[in-house]
Design a protein around this ligand. Structure first.
Ligand code: FER
Length: 305
C-alpha cells in the first residue's frame, strides 16, 4: 500500500470508530441510498398534530412587510477560517429592541442559504409575524458543515464520512463562536428561554444532538425529518428529568413518505416511554421543502411564549 493510501485508510477507520463509539452510524453513499429507501411502517399515532397551513403561507403576500436578510461573518476556532451565516431580521427591526433567536440548520447538501432559497423561510416568517401568529425574532441560518472548505460538495462526495464529520464538528462552532458572535452584534435577549435550535434532515439530527445536550443554552428544540446522524435515543435522552424540567418545547416532525421516518419514530417512541412531553407531527410529504416549510410554520408559532 502507498503511504498516502495507508494514512487515508487509517483516517477513515478512525472516523468510523469515532462514529460507532458515539452510536451514530457511519455514512456511506450506499448506506445513505438504502436509508432513503427504507420501508415505511406507520403506527396509529404517526399523524398530524396540526392542520395544514393556509394556501400561500410560504409566498410573499402583498401588504406584508418583509424582514431583511443579511450576511453575518465570524471567526471560527473550530475551522480556523472566517465563516458566514445568513441572518433574518424581522420587519420593524430596531437595535433599540431586544429579540429572541432561532438557529435554523440545513441538510447534508445545503448551506446557509438553503432555508431562504429552497424553503422560503423569510416569507413564512414575514406572514406569521404580520398576522401576529409568531413573535418577532432573529433567525440565524448558519453553514452547519464546520470544515475549512464548507462549500456544498459535489454530488459524489455528499455522503462521505469526512463530509458527515463536519456536521458533528459544528457543535463547538455553534456554541463557542457563532452564538457569542451573534450576541455581540445583534440585540438579542441572550437567555436559554430566548434561544431555539431546529433543523431539517442532517440539521434536524444536529439540532436534536446539540440541543438536548445543551439545555442550558436552548429551551426550544426542533428536528424536522431528522437524518441518521441523530444519536440513539438512550444517548439523546441521557437525563430525562433534566429534559422534562428544562425543555420549553421539543418538536419532532417527518413526512409519512420519507424513508428516514424511522429515525424520528425512534426518538418519538423513546420520548413517550420516558414521559418527556413533545410535539410529534407527521405530515403527508416526503423528504422535501413542503414538509420543512410547513413545520417551520407550526414550530415558529409556538416559540418564545
Ligand atoms: C443518511 C441519509 C441521509 C445520512 C444522512 C442523510 C448521516 C441526510 C440527508 C439530508 O440532510 O437531507 O444515511 O447519514
Amino acid at each position: 500500500m502507498q503511504p498516502t493510501k495507508t494514512l487515508a485508510t487509517m483516517a477513515l477507520l478512525a472516523l468510523a470508530a469515532a462514529a460507532s463509539a458515539q452510536g451514530v452510524e457511519t455514512v456511506t453513499p450506499d448506506r445513505a441510498r438504502a436509508n432513503f429507501a427504507r420501508p415505511i411502517t406507520l403506527a396509529a399515532d404517526d399523524v398530524r398534530a396540526f392542520p395544514a397551513p393556509p394556501t400561500g403561507f410560504a409566498d410573499a403576500r402583498p401588504g406584508v412587510a418583509a424582514g431583511r436578510v443579511e450576511e453575518f461573518s465570524y471567526a471560527s476556532g473550530v475551522t480556523g477560517t472566517r465563516r458566514s451565516a445568513s441572518v433574518y431580521l424581522p420587519a420593524g427591526y430596531s437595535a433599540e429592541k431586544r429579540y429572541p433567536v432561532l438557529y435554523l440548520l440545513h441538510g447534508i447538501g445545503g448551506n446557509e442559504h438553503e432555508w431562504r432559497g429552497y424553503v422560503r423561510a423569510p416569507q413564512v416568517l414575514d406572514n406569521l409575524i404580520a398576522d401576529g401568529k409568531a413573535l418577532p425574532m432573529i433567525v440565524v441560518t448558519p453553514n452547519g458543515r464546520a470544515l475549512p472548505d464548507d462549500r456544498s460538495p459535489p454530488a459524489d462526495r455528499v455522503f462521505t464520512a469526512e463530509h458527515a464529520a463536519g456536521f458533528a464538528k459544528f457543535e463547538r462552532d455553534l456554541l463557542d463562536f457563532l452564538i457569542p458572535g451573534v450576541e455581540a452584534k445583534y440585540p438579542t435577549l441572550g437567555d436559554r428561554r430566548q434561544r431555539a435550535l431546529a433543523g431539517l434532515s442532517m440539521g434536524g439530527g444536529q439540532a436534536l444532538n446539540f440541543g438536548l445536550a445543551h439545555l442550558d443554552t436552548f429551551a426550544w428544540v426542533g428536528g424536522f425529518s431528522s437524518a441518521p446522524n441523530t444519536k440513539p435515543a438512550a444517548e439523546l435522552l441521557a437525563d430525562p428529568a433534566a429534559a422534562r424540567r428544562q425543555l420549553a418545547l421539543l418538536y419532532l416532525s417527518c413526512g409519512n413518505k420519507d424513508g428516514l421516518i424511522n429515525v424520528s419514530q425512534g426518538v418519538h417512541r423513546a420520548l413517550k416511554t420516558s414521559d418527556i412531553p413533545h410535539v410529534w407531527h407527521v405530515d403527508e410529504h416526503g423528504h422535501d421543502r413542503d414538509s420543512w416549510a410547513e413545520n417551520l410554520f407550526h414550530f415558529a408559532q409556538q416559540l418564545f411564549r
